[in-house]
Design a protein around this ligand. Structure first.
Ligand code: MRU
Length: 358
């Protein structure tokens, strides 16, 4: 129990209001080092998001919101028109730091709308509104993760084996996380799960972050290479797959960390339910299907050299390094949000989440 508390209280993003300073845990240093870094400039912020010092769709959104508050404080503009112009330009830079996770543009848009709504107020009131919006996005995510965890927990039973890919735990969000949420919540309530964590090539989020979070929480976690998912499923050790998401299209197609769609295809083959867990801020109803989701391409050195003492391929060898892939909606058993569990047809069940309630 104490272990779980340590993990869920991890402050991956921390705004110190007294000091007016934004800190993140540098996730590239985990699990070896738990180091906080302070983000002050737009260059540092863009770099932190691009280099995955802060990562995971909801966490990127939360961080971006605080970044824009910090940047707004440094804008020196005589009147509101000039302020807004500079604020929008900064927002565009932060919003473009990574393309796939829709939470980033969602949070940036919310901050710009807040600035626009308070444009005629004194500077102190405008800044306060921006701080409150960022803190709201943060608080809201904690609440959403808690609800997602509760709903997700209804899909598994004590003793189940669960396979997960990448990292969708507290480091990627806030509090319990999304895909790891039901596991942490169930463990807190005395349940036992046997979790298989895919290492998640090339950036090893499963190795460095998921196995770290689960081990520290006292969960029975077994680390496997990505190409071992099939054998653990065939052995009958997996009763459910839980993954997070970076963008869910209106038809249920889901972008998540590269390799996720392969896990879904295997799960279908072995008759194992495949669940996507994420907040409604990750659902992009303006995006009709997976073909419209922009996929981030990353540096080939992540594959060839990054983790090795010596290069593992000739320098002239070509590399293809997409950071995400799209899992077809037909492979997804259910999408778990803070508002409940959506089942196929997703065009209907997802749309219902956004219908105005009387
Ligand atoms: O490139 P990353 O590490 O930011 O990718 C993260 C993922 O793909 C996560 O599974 C996703 O963002 C969900 S986080 C709750």
């Amino acid at each position: 129990m104490e272990a779980i508390q340590t993990v869920i209280r991890v402050q991956n993003i921390r705004y110190d209001k007294a000091e007016e300073a934004l800190y993140i845990i540098d996730q590239t240093k985990l699990p070896g080092e738990e180091r906080e870094i302070r983000l002050r400039t737009v260059e540092e912020m863009e770099e932190a998001i691009r280099a995955l010092r802060v990562r995971g769709a909801p966490a990127i959104g939360i961080c971006a919101a605080y970044c824009l508050y910090v940047l707004a404080r440094s804008i020196d503009a005589p009147e509101s028109g000039a302020f807004l112009e500079q604020f929008r330009a900064l927002a565009q830079r932060i919003g473009n730091a990574r393309p796939t996770a829709v939470n980033l543009s969602w949070a940036v848009r919310a901050m710009v709308e807040t600035a626009e709504a308070h444009r005629d107020e004194p500077r102190a009131a405008l800044l306060e509104a921006l701080y409150e919006k960022a803190a709201d996005i943060h608080r809201d995510d904690i609440e959403k993760c808690t609800k997602i965890s509760e709903y997700g927990l209804t899909l598994v039973k004590d003793g189940d084996g669960i396979l997960t890919h990448c990292n969708a735990g507290p480091l990627a969000t806030s509090r319990y996380g999304t895909a790891l949420g039901p596991i942490l919540l169930g463990t807190e309530r005395g349940m036992t799960f046997h979790v298989f964590s895919d290492e998640t090539r090339p950036l090893l989020q499963g190795t460095r972050l998921t196995s770290y979070e689960l081990q520290r929480a006292g969960v029975d976690v077994t680390l496997i290479c990505d190409n071992m998912a099939s054998i653990v499923m065939k052995n009958g050790w997996v009763q459910a797959c839980f993954v997070g998401c970076d963008r869910v299209a209106a038809n249920g197609d889901t972008a998540n960390k590269i390799g996720t769609s392969g896990v879904a295809i295997l799960a279908k083959h072995y008759g194992i339910p495949f669940y996507v867990l994420g907040p409604t801020s990750t659902i992009d109803m303006a995006c009709p299907d997976g073909d419209h989701i922009p996929i981030e391409q990353r540096d080939p050195q992540e594959i060839k050299t990054m983790w090795y003492e010596k290069p593992m391929a000739l320098p002239e060898v070509k590399c293809y390094n997409p950071a995400f892939d799209v899992t077809d909606h037909s492979l997804i058993t259910a999408i778990v949000t803070e508002q409940g569990i959506c089942r196929p047809p997703y065009t209907e069940s997802l749309a219902a989440l956004f219908e105005k309630k009387p």
